[in-house]
Design a binder for this molecule. Sequence first.
Ligand code: PEP
Length: 259
Amino acid sequence: MSKKAPLVAGNWKMHATLAEGRALVSAIVTAAPGLGNARMVVIPPFTALSEAAKLTVGTAVGLGGQNIHWEDKGAFTGEISGPMLRDAGCDYVVIGHSERRQYFSETDATVHKKVGAALRHGLTPILCVGESLEEREAGKTIDRIGAQLDVGLGETGRGDAERIVFAYEPVWAIGTGRTAAPAQAEEVHAFIRGKLEEKYGKPTAACAIILYGGSVKPANAYILYLERDIDGFLVGGASLEADSFVGIASEALRASKEE
Ligand code: PEP
């Protein structure tokens, strides 16, 4: 059975000057028409959002922010709000990335507030979950992901849940060159889909987009995408070069056409 069209999002993290960002987005926009119905999303640092929006508007390439505050405005130095992200041209926002959890003390409770803010402002949250190496080795992966989803989603209703993109990113695979084996990733993706089915029913679960993230490159995208519950990728390092980012989308598209 062929799969849904892939979604491939590139999280640039704290990389790229304006000039570098313009060159990268231009190359991705130029390649997009050759990628059929695969959807690519660029997620630059805040400083490059407006410039990226000028290049992505009216194209098949989406634009996202890397963080959002749950309030619309106020005395929150260093933060960015939903209305600001919309104003800059974003339609997606990454929430609960493990680097935010690890270095900036984000919790499942703040993740939940951020998901609410994103939905309130018409942004698609890319809600990240993932276990640490210690949690995996202790056999706690499923419990950890389950708790992140339970608290992160909270009382989110079905209609809103259908607007969320989920990303499973094992912390031990991010930026380490160590990718989860396809079967390891699939086990967690299937669990996430099952959890969504329990909460919201089968149709919602079947349509949910669940990305995998953690050292994805063109060389491993095809085999990962063949897994039933992997609908695309959240890419860090390999999204900083147009060739590798577009190569991942192209490999996922190829796998999506496999019978
Ligand atoms: C990420 O930061 O979300 C990520 C998956 O990074 P990398 O692809 O570099 O492992």
